[in-house]
Design a protein around this ligand. Structure first.
Ligand SMILES: NC(=O)C1=CN([C@@H]2O[C@H](COP(=O)(O)OP(=O)(O)OC[C@H]3O[C@@H](n4cnc5c(N)ncnc54)[C@H](OP(=O)(O)O)[C@@H]3O)[C@@H](O)[C@H]2O)C=CC1
Ligand SMILES: Nc1nc(=O)c2c([nH]1)NC[C@@H]1CN(c3ccc(C(=O)N[C@@H](CCC(=O)O)C(=O)O)cc3)C=[N+]21
Ligand SMILES: [Mg+2]
Length: 285
């Protein structure tokens, strides 16, 4: 049986540390502030944005939520981003993805000031990560790396297989593992013989968005499994991209869904917002 890597517990520990730092900053007259922007009425996005706002409040941070109608134009959203860029009470800006189809998300992400880009999605921050000099690191991959560290997994020389190549999860997590000296394979929908790739992995990172598509029998005995997938089945049930029950029979350590990567994502967002506020405080940005 495998160890469960408890994202909720690791997140709680980190949040306590962040709260302490927020207190110290507040004594210097700086209140870390996060602006979240939600366009349209996607129920899942509403849940996430609410969770982010609540988490800010719990840690004593300032948070402002902007909800815009689904019919918002790109120009209107750009105007809001410009306002937030120049608002001194706001240190971090998060525009929830996906955006409605009349809005080009690249245009929006590039309009967010790189010093307020707590999602780490601006090409400047992406490039910094690429050259091994990260500034803001994207929250989900960053959370995965913290979980691996907390679980005592040393990546040097390990075979890491990432399934998924999105800009927000697959690609950046692969880069971060490479930075930690892993040998990284990135798989996607055109990959030939995915089972064989996964079978060779010491560490599997699944970010596909297909419920339980990574089968337990593909997992090498003793491998570490990180399941980024969050798939809603019906009204209430959440499952990952990995067949959890079967995979946990073979893995040495595995993350659950829920309670794995999800809580870490929100925590790293808070961490990045704190860092943004600290930099603003020193004028170092
Ligand atoms: N826990 C958290 O905090 C977060 C969780 N998520 C979850 O992670 C999952 C992935 O999210 P995201 O990266 O945004 O998703 P995307 O849809 O952007 O990317 C999915 C990737 O999986 C690949 N893929 C799809 N089907 C297959 C297949 N059958 N075999 C191999 N590869 C396949 C796609 O390949 P191709 O490029 O060829 O199309 C693509 O690269 C989702 O479940 C999402 O909900 C996302 C963000 C945060
Ligand atoms: N600009 C932007 N930044 C993001 O970081 C971003 C985004 N857009 N769009 C959508 C994805 C998805 N995402 C999640 C965050 C937390 C959980 C999370 O906390 N999940 C809980 C369960 C929550 C529930 O019950 O639904 C868990 O896994 O335990 C999941 C997914 C951030 N994303
Ligand atoms: Mg779009």
């Amino acid at each position: 049986m495998s160890t469960i890597i408890d994202g909720k517990a690791i997140a709680a520990k980190l949040r306590a540390e962040i709260a302490t730092e927020v207190k110290i900053l507040k004594e210097k007259g700086i209140i870390p502030g996060l602006a979240t922007v939600l366009v349209g009425e996607d129920p899942a996005s509403e849940v996430y944005v609410r969770m982010k706002g609540n988490a800010c409040q719990e840690l004593g941070m300032h948070s402002v939520k902007h909800t815009l109608p689904a019919t918002t134009t790109e120009a209107e959203l750009l105007a809001l981003v410009a306002r937030l860029n120049s608002d001194p009470t706001i240190h971090g800006i998060l525009v929830q993805l996906p955006l409605p189809k009349q809005i080009n998300s690249d245009t929006i992400l590039e309009a967010i000031s790189p010093v307020k880009d707590v999602d780490g999605f601006h090409p400047y921050n992406v490039g910094r990560l690429m050259v091994g000099k990260p500034t803001f690191q994207p929250c989900t991959p960053y959370g995965v790396m913290v979980m691996l560290r907390e679980a005592g997994v040393d990546l040097a020389g390990k075979e890491v297989v990432v399934v998924g190549r999105s800009n927000i999860v697959g690609k950046p997590v692969a880069l971060m593992c490479l930075q930690q000296h892993a040998t990284v394979t990135i798989c996607h929908s055109k990959t030939r013989d995915l089972p064989a790739k996964v079978k060779g992995a010491d560490v599997v990172i699944a970010a596909v968005g297909v419920p339980e598509m990574i089968k337990g029998e593909w997992i090498k005995e003793g491998a570490v499994v990180i399941d980024v997938g969050v798939n809603r089945i019906g009204e209430k049930k959440l499952v990952g991209d990995v067949e959890f029950a079967a995979a946990s029979q073979r893995a040495s350590a595995i993350t659950p869904v829920p309670g794995g990567v999800g809580p870490m994502t929100i925590t790293m967002l808070l961490y990045n917002t704190l860092e943004a506020a600290k930099k603003a405080g020193t004028g170092d940005r």
